[in-house]
Design a protein around this ligand. Structure first.
Ligand SMILES: [Zn+2]
Ligand SMILES: [Zn+2]
Length: 195
């Protein structure tokens, strides 16, 4: 097994955080790191105690959901709340930061932005990062840590197997494949349809 790199490890934290997002438009996670230690994390969601987009629908003004605080902002505010310095820290975000978050990142003294997905990368944000000498780097995911399509894959394999069974070719081979799929996805074997 290959050892996880720091970049992969911190980005995985952000991916995990993104799974906590309550906005249905985009799930974003952010992890602030200093000296290879996680100091804060955030995801995009409502203010504490507020209603959630996933329950009430997004509150959209000018094509943006205004209910949520962005992941980067939440992570920075967590540092403010608990008095943790962000100067010279790194931030790992699942998506390229928006203009507002870009400015907050610069102003918080964060020096490196690692991101995984391009997301409407605003030219002014790129310019501001350059001006502030914030290093911006796209991290390519090398290892699949979280399988976000697991349900779809499981469904696909289930359908494939049931069609194979219906065609009644090489039943022994199919049963072997079925066993392997069961182990992979915990699939409940499909009933062989009667002739
Ligand atoms: Zn929303
Ligand atoms: Zn933002």
């Amino acid at each position: 097994m290959e050892r996880l790199s720091w970049n992969e490890y911190f980005m995985a934290q952000s991916e995990l955080l993104a799974l906590r997002s309550t906005c249905t438009r985009l799930a974003v996670g952010a992890t602030i790191v200093r000296d290879k230690r996680i100091i804060a994390g955030g995801y995009n969601g409502s203010i504490a105690g507020g209603v959630h987009c996933m329950d009430e629908g997004c509150y959209v003004i000018d094509h943006h959901c205004v209910r949520t605080i962005h992941a980067e902002m939440n992570a920075i505010l967590q540092c403010a709340k608990f008095g943790v310095a962000t100067a010279s820290a790194d931030i790992y975000v699942t998506h390229f930061p928006c203009l507002q978050c870009c400015k907050a990142i610069v102003q918080a003294g964060i020096k490196t932005v690692y991101y995984e997905h391009d997301y409407k990368n605003h030219p002014y944000a790129i310019e501001l990062f350059e001006q502030a000498k914030v290093h911006v780097e796209k991290v390519e995911k090398q290892q699949v840590i979280f399988d976000n399509n697991k349900t779809e894959k499981k469904l696909f394999v289930e359908t494939l197997l049931s069609q194979l069974k219906d065609s009644r070719e090489d039943m022994e081979g199919i049963e072997e494949l079925e066993k392997q799929a069961e182990e992979l996805f915990s699939i409940i074997p499909t009933e062989t349809s009667s002739v």
